[in-house]
Design a protein around this ligand. Structure first.
Ligand code: GTR
Length: 429
């Protein structure tokens, strides 16, 4: 017995030491995990404080986000679970597309129209010979009325043709997209995009539909809308998305452009539009929703920053009339915005936020992308995104989806574009 004890004491010591050692390893691992989690983006408390003071009726506090349940993306209206990409495309995707048309953006009319293209300027030695500039007029006519969309396009001269292309929906001052390049804006960084072997193009949203509420008399509404407006008639965002598709029609006629590799890009209201354009028109291989917020890439049910009621009040022309039914009634909405991203699957999508832009709900935008992944997984079974948001200025890529939070305020900058191109190098080229 004594012998056994003397034999066993060193043995127990070793076991004890081993235990201590294992506990230390576990502790250090959970510390690494904890500190990694801790590095994920969070709203800066000073920004929350400042914005809450200036807009006391808007929620900027994470702890005040109400409990919510997102609609099931993979369960159809009959209660059946969608198991394959085929079932998704034939059944659930169609249902969700109709729900968005009926409840959010409105239905595009099927009024017939004629279209033609006129290249009004072509300069093969633009940007010091690096690119060819084409200025194209897209003429739309119906019922004796006409509208012209001005498309500006730079094609790199030294890249293998046909080239992939970016199309920006410009919702800002046209000076940002100066074809003469006397004004150079990071909003549309032609030189940098050309240098990376992409064509870059832009149209001005007001060409398609002026951004003001006039009861849908001007722009393309004044041409294609016939009869009484209905509660699901298209709004201005859907009209701009339609305009993006008309640019795509032109690309299909231009042998310099690889129309299977076109990314539609938009900032803010343009970002909402870019996502809807890609949902409606599967010819777009990629969509970028830059800081698109409410009615774009922010989950409506979170009611963080801009809300459905707020956006309908400020911009009564953007959505269809039915969208007003969800004012302060988000939980009853038959969709939430993660389902908009699912309509783009399996194509590529890039969602962004900016650190100071809490109005557009960065966390709700990441959660949106995260919650769209079950649909991407029908196509790419191993695809995943981390649960935790990435740190600031650190893009995260999960298969065909990508996300970043840039430092600074609401804007579209070269930094954003460089990350879009890093992603499109992988998914488009
Ligand atoms: C804001 C609007 C946002 C966003 C933004 C923009 O005033 O509330 O939804 O679209 O305009 O387009 O810059």
């Amino acid at each position: 017995m004594i012998d056994m004890i003397t034999i066993n004491i060193p043995c127990m010591k070793r076991i004890l030491l081993l235990n201590v050692y294992c506990t230390l390893i576990l502790l250090s691992q959970s510390f690494v995990l904890f500190s990694q989690q801790d590095q994920g983006w969070k709203a800066d408390p000073a920004t929350v404080e400042k914005l809450s003071k200036s807009q006391p009726d808007i929620n900027y506090f994470e702890e005040r986000v109400p409990q919510y349940k997102l609609p099931e993306i993979l369960i159809n209206s009959k209660g059946s679970k969608i198991q394959s990409s085929g079932e998704w495309e034939q059944n659930r995707r169609q249902e969700i597309l109709q729900l968005f048309r009926e409840n959010v953006y409105g239905r595009t009319p099927s009024t017939p129209y004629a279209k033609s293209y006129r290249v009004v300027n072509e300069d093969k030695s633009a940007i010091g010979g690096a690119a060819t500039l084409k200025q194209v007029e897209i003429l739309i006519s119906s019922g004796g009325k006409e509208l012209t969309i001005h498309l500006t396009l730079f094609v790199p001269n030294n890249a293998p043709h046909p080239v992939p292309a970016f199309l920006l929906i410009n919702n800002r001052d046209p000076k940002n997209t100066d074809p003469t390049r006397q004004v150079r804006s990071e909003f549309w960084p032609v030189e940098e995009v050309i240098a990376r072997g992409y064509a870059i193009s832009v149209f001005y949203n007001d060409d398609v539909d002026p951004d003001n509420f006039d009861d849908f008399r001007n722009g393309i509404h004044g041409i294609l809308d016939r009869g009484e407006r209905k509660d699901d008639s298209w709004g201005t965002l859907a009209a701009w998305a339609w305009g993006a598709s008309r640019c795509m029609d032109y690309f299909e006629t231009d042998s310099d452009i690889d129309c299977r590799k076109v990314a539609v890009v938009g900032h803010s209201r343009g970002g909402k539009t870019a996502l809807w354009a890609a949902a409606e028109d599967s010819r777009f291989a990629m969509a970028v929703g830059n800081e698109s917020g409410c009615g774009g890439a922010a989950l409506a049910r979170r009611r963080y920053g801009e809300t459905v009621a707020r956006i309908n009040k400020g911009f009564p022309h953007w959505f269809c009339t039915n969208y007003r039914k969800w004012n302060n009634n988000e939980d009853a909405m038959p969709v939430d915005m993660h389902m908009l991203i699912s309509l783009i699957a399996p194509r590529a999508v890039y969602i962004t936020s900016a650190d100071q832009d809490l109005w557009a709900d960065p966390k709700g935008s990441y959660l949106l992308l995260f919650n769209s992944t079950p649909v991407y997984r029908l196509y790419y079974p191993g695809m995943s995104l981390p649960v935790q948001m990435p740190p600031m200025n650190t893009p995260v890529v999960g298969g065909k989806t990508a996300y970043h939070v840039r430092d600074g305020v609401h804007n579209l900058l070269l930094k954003d574009w460089n990350w879009f191109m890093d992603f499109s190098d992988k998914v488009l080229k």
